[in-house]
Design a protein around this ligand. Structure first.
Ligand code: D5M
Ligand code: FE
Ligand code: ZN
Length: 475
């Protein structure tokens, strides 16, 4: 039993009438001879003991030499944005209208600091006078004309209008970055007949140039991972074990938190033919297996999990946290289960955690650029500029109609953490650390077909004191 699984150890202890803390089970597993360690522990504990603690194991087998120093006191983790339980949508058209109104109101207030805007309806009163105008709206259409100009359509709460960006304009490339249904502001000149605005300035909601990230006072580190896909035949179990072993070393002693950005399990029925690629075909058993893999994370590391498109929650975004049935399957794992997207503050540093499903749409909409699967961080920067995590309706990303648009980025985060692409990418944009954390799933046959070359077994470590980012590979 030198390669004992956590389950085997638990069973052996149970057979002799004991339960054990997670940390104790792990310490036994790490002993040179787990079976001998069990004997030693059971001999040394007091007669009335029912639950074996990590300290009991330490006393009996001499502790974990070279392991983690004692847990550090934690300034704490606070969930500051979780939409779980506040879903209002019924799927009616009315809800979509409410969602758009909320999106417009919150994003136009960001843009209204930058230009002096009027309502679209007020344009009709100024026809024939070649006015300079400023407008804020959601972009309901983008097309190129026969002459090669861009023709935009903008909607606010009062109406809609057309706007033209000339093919020779220096704004021409900027239009290529725009996504349907995002908020924009334009400045330009109204045509004589009042029917169209000739654009000479274009603004996205953006991160302010003057943005300065907040740092923590302590040298605490956060490990970011995503897309484990437990249950898939391609789950990188050995590499995960190497990661959790590393978490127990002095090298990782500063890590106080682990954030998992969705796709914890591979799920079932996510794509045609998936069952042939599953090592575990029952989704609750996938979560139970995930729990075993998470049990190997040291107890003094606080764990946060959001769902992704492979998890067993609704597909439409925002996705509420795992429900009770999944939490039950995860068993004793002590993790904060929050929505996708979710906002957390760790030691005062604000993290926006989003699975990243909309990146598929971003990449498809901005072709011929470096915004692609090889540069997922560039896709996330686009979302920051739009101040919205999934602007476009009716594309691949499903969006739930809610009274409030939970996908608006109305605060500026210090760190954005996403996954989904299965590729790793890190950048800093206007002092926001922007990170996609890759995956723990080796390339699947489907990914081979669509040419996705995954970055496997990646943990990205953020030092909260400096906001320095380190990408570590465990494969
Ligand atoms: O996504 C895993 C990877 O596969 C990620 O890079 C997106 C990509 N993907 C997922 N579905 C599709 C389709 N339909 N076309 C092209 N690329 C896709 P995951 O969410 O883990 O399945
Ligand atoms: Fe994934
Ligand atoms: Zn995904």
């Amino acid at each position: 039993m030198s390669e004992a699984t956590l389950g085997e150890i638990v069973q052996r202890l149970a057979a002799r009438g004991y339960t054990a803390e997670k940390g104790a089970v792990r310490a036994i597993q790490q002993a040179d001879e787990p079976r001998a360690a069990i004997d030693a522990v059971l001999e040394s504990v007091a007669a009335e003991t029912v639950t074996i603690t990590a300290a009991d194991v330490d006393d009996a087998v001499g502790g974990s030499a070279g392991g983690r120093p004692k847990p550090r006191p934690r300034g704490g983790l606070e969930v500051v944005g979780d939409m779980t339980g506040s879903s209002t949508g019924t799927g009616e058209l009315e809800d979509f209208l409410a969602l758009f109104r909320d999106r417009f109101d919150r994003l136009s207030s960001l843009l209204s600091d930058r230009i002096s805007a009027r309502s679209i309806a007020s344009l009709s009163g100024t026809a024939g006078s070649r006015h300079g105008v400023g407008l804020i709206g959601l972009l309901s259409d983008i097309r190129s004309t026969n002459a090669g100009h861009w023709l935009l359509e903008l909607e606010d709460r009062t109406g809609s209008c057309r706007a033209l960006v000339h093919a020779d304009s220096e704004l021409y490339d900027a239009v290529g970055e725009l996504l349907l249904d995002q908020a924009i502001a334009i400045e330009g000149t109204l045509s004589d007949d009042g029917g169209i605005v000739f654009v000479d300035a274009l603004h996205q909601p953006e991160i302010p140039m003057s943005n300065e990230a907040t740092t923590a006072d302590e040298p605490v580190e956060v490990a970011l991972v995503s897309d484990l896909h437990v249950g898939s035949e391609e789950f990188a179990a050995e590499a995960w074990r190497a990661f959790t072993d590393w978490l127990d070393t002095p090298d990782a002693a500063a890590i106080g938190y682990l954030v998992i950005g969705g796709d914890l399990v591979d799920g079932v029925g996510v794509y045609p033919g998936q069952s042939e690629e599953l090592a575990i075909v029952d989704v609750y058993e996938q979560y139970a297996s995930a729990a075993d893999h998470l049990a190997a994370v040291p107890d003094d590391i606080e764990v946060v999990i959001i769902p992704g498109n492979h998890d067993a929650v609704r597909l439409a975004e925002p996705q509420p946290a795992y429900d009770e049935s999944i939490a039950d399957a995860l068993g004793t794992i002590d993790a904060r289960l929050i929505s996708n997207p979710g906002w957390i503050e760790i030691e005062g540093v604000t993290f926006l955690v989003y699975h990243g499903t909309s990146l598929d749409d971003v990449f498809a909409s901005i072709p011929g650029s470096d915004v692609d699967y090889e540069h997922p961080d560039a896709g996330l920067v686009q979302l920051l500029k739009k101040r919205h995590l999934a602007p476009t309706f009716g594309s691949r990303t499903r969006i739930a109609p809610e009274e409030r648009d939970h996908l608006v980025i109305d605060r500026v985060p210090d760190v954005v953490h996403a996954g989904h692409t299965h590729t790793s990418g890190v950048t800093t944009y206007r002092d926001v650390r922007v990170i996609d954390t890759g995956t723990w799933q080796y390339q699947t046959p489907f990914q081979r077909q669509v040419n996705i070359d995954p970055d496997v077994a990646i943990a990205t470590i953020v030092d909260l004191e400096t906001l320095g980012v380190t990408v570590r590979t465990f494969a």
